[in-house]
Design a protein around this ligand. Structure first.
Ligand code: LLP
Length: 385
């Protein structure tokens, strides 16, 4: 939670702004790293969750790898201290420019998502007289029981290599040995997964696919099981840090790697969500016929998740209110869209113009998904050291 001293400082600055609690970030990273180290697991931070240079610096300092989805993410990750050799590059639509850039950097692996992409990587690596390390992304066809927009592991999703193309991929790799090395298998089922039986199902699929490759005489050194660990948006103080020890123990129990095979993860949200908050001010309180609106100076342009996924974010008032009286508000932003709403039926103290508000757990997929729609002001930041 934000201290009273910091609240006093925030009162003096312009809003909306992103507040980052660096001690909490460090505590989260340390917990994750420690828990992964118990089993010798590798973590690649999913840069898409938050690419703020200051946040990246903290994460790279701990020696984590990176999971990138564009050439510019790779460039920024390296600039902020990540080792190229620890970067994996995913995405269904890598451009030739991005592939060439990644090849020049010498990344750990391309997480390849189609036969055609594999073909292009082979051609470019050959041209550049270099070797591309690739992991084949296999769609495990598991329902992640999460919002359909962030479900990625079903047959109907665009992600991963189609199973009927796998044999052709192996043939292509076999005939392009000078340009491509198969280093891994990659899986990812979705994001904000709170039903951990999904990860148990994932382990079963990974074991099955690993056996499928072994039957063909291939033992890949990397089994990358992706990310997706959900956080508790309802109770960001009670459960500020995910139980990483239990999470990794689950994989240890159910995965069956062969000797020499290493397990890699791509964690985004669970590492950064809770260290970030969106700070805003009440501009107006509008008393409607059926409901009261609290109109903030932050909108969907600063935090898009509620508008896009009807995602819940805990909303609190930071200004002290002596009265215990509460009222129900619809908390909205200033953008010309009805979907620009942070929460309906939010119980808050009796608000007035100028009250300082906080929208919690905005550290993941918050800042990075911001837009300039309505020609909004560039984002402001406050880093709690
Ligand atoms: N690996 C792959 C291949 C992914 O596609 C993703 C996220 C991750 C790792 C990291 O997943 P995480 O640990 O953060 O769940 N904008 C949405 C989330 C999109 C997630 C996309 N993929 C949201 O705001 O909920």
């Amino acid at each position: 939670m934000i201290s009273t001293t910091v609240i006093e400082q925030l009162k003096q600055v312009e809003t909306p702004l992103y507040y980052y609690d660096l001690p909490l970030l460090r505590a989260t990273l340390t917990a994750a790293k420690k828990a992964a180290d118990v089993f010798g697991y590798h973590i690649h931070y999913a840069v898409k969750a938050n690419n703020n240079p200051r946040i990246l610096q903290e994460i790279s300092t701990l020696g984590l790898g990176a999971d990138c989805v564009s050439g510019l993410e790779i460039e920024r990750a390296i600039a902020q201290g990540f080792q190229a050799k620890s970067i994996v590059f995913a995405g269904v639509g890598k451009t030739e420019k991005e592939i060439r850039f990644a090849l020049r950097q010498g990344i750990l692996a391309f997480n390849v998502e189609s036969l055609e992409e594999l073909h292009v990587i082979a051609i470019l690596a050959e041209e550049m007289k270099t070797q591309a390390s690739v992991a084949l992304r296999i769609n495990p066809n598991i329902d992640a029981n999460t919002h359909h927009y962030i479900t990625t592991g079903l047959d109907e999703n665009k992600f991963g290599i189609m199973i009927h193309e796998l044999e052709d991929c192996l043939a292509l790799i076999e005939s392009n040995k000078s340009a491509i090395t198969l280093v891994g298998l990659h899986f990812h089922v979705g994001s904000q997964i709170t039903d951990w039986s999904v990860f148990r199902q994932l382990c079963v699929k990974v074991n099955e696919w690993n056996s499928w490759f072994i039957e063909r005489g291939i033992v890949v050194p990397i089994l990358n099981v992706g990310g997706g660990v959900g956080i508790n948006y309802k109770d960001p103080d009670g459960e500020a840090i995910v139980n990483f020890a239990e999470f990794f123990a689950l994989f240890h129990r159910f995965l069956e790697p062969k000797p020499g095979q290493h397990i890699h993860f791509e964690l985004g949200r669970s590492l950064v969500a809770n260290c970030g908050s969106l700070i805003s001010r009440v501009l107006y309180v509008k008393r409607g016929v059926k409901k009261n609106f609290a109109i903030l100076d932050a909108g969907m342009t600063e935090l898009m998740r509620p508008a896009l996924y009807q995602a819940y974010h805990h909303i609190q008032c930071l200004t002290p209110h002596p009265s215990v009286a509460q009222e129900i508000y619809e908390v909205v932003g200033p953008i010309c869209e009805s979907s620009d709403c942070f929460g309906k039926q939010v119980e808050l103290p009796l608000l007035s113009r100028g009250d300082l508000m906080v929208i919690r757990s905005a550290g993941a997929y918050g800042e990075v998904m911001a837009s300039r729609y309505n020609l909004r002001q560039p984002l402001q930041f406050y880093f709690q050291e």
